[in-house]
Design a protein around this ligand. Structure first.
Ligand code: DQA
Length: 146
């Protein structure tokens, strides 16, 4: 079982970027934690970050044999329609994650164009959002949803 972990714009700056909002861990540290948990769960993860929406779309197209997706679309959450369409086309169980609680922030962050093509969303638990998403997604993929 292979799961894609996709990070959108500005998430390469984690650790330095608004640490009071996004925490102190770098993206590499988060990916390492996700990888370790994936190992415990017996699944493979492929992580990818880009600041460009087209690169994210291309990554999903190139990896359409994967079994599921964890995506933090960054600001593309709120307007990234080509990313949304790529996730719809990928058509595998998808969990949208956010480090911050987007609903406790500015109004423009309260709308997600990604949520309708995701199974669900985890928002507000910092790096733990990714680990929660992985646990849930693997459980779903192993047939634990019902
Ligand atoms: C974010 C929330 C978005 O609104 C923001 O643009 C980000 C990060 C989060 O993880 O909390 O870049 O997706």
């Amino acid at each position: 079982m292979r799961i894609l972990v996709v990070h959108g714009p500005n998430l390469n700056m984690l650790g330095k970027r608004e640490p009071a909002v996004y925490g102190l861990k770098t993206l590499a540290e988060i990916d390492a934690l996700v990888n370790r948990r994936a190992g415990e769960l017996g699944v493979e993860v492929t992580a990818f970050q880009s600041n460009g929406e087209g690169d994210l779309v291309g990554f999903l197209q190139d990896n359409d044999d994967a079994d599921g997706l964890i995506v933090n679309p960054g600001a593309l959450t709120h307007y990234g329609l080509s990313l949304r369409d790529a996730i719809a086309s990928f058509a595998k169980p998808t969990v949208e994650v956010h480090l911050s609680n987007v609903y406790a922030r500015e109004e423009f962050r309260h709308t997600s164009v990604i949520a309708p093509v995701a199974l669900g969303q985890i928002s507000g638990f910092g790096w733990r959002s990714y680990l929660a998403a992985l646990d849930i997604l693997v459980d779903v993929l192993k047939g634990g949803r019902q």
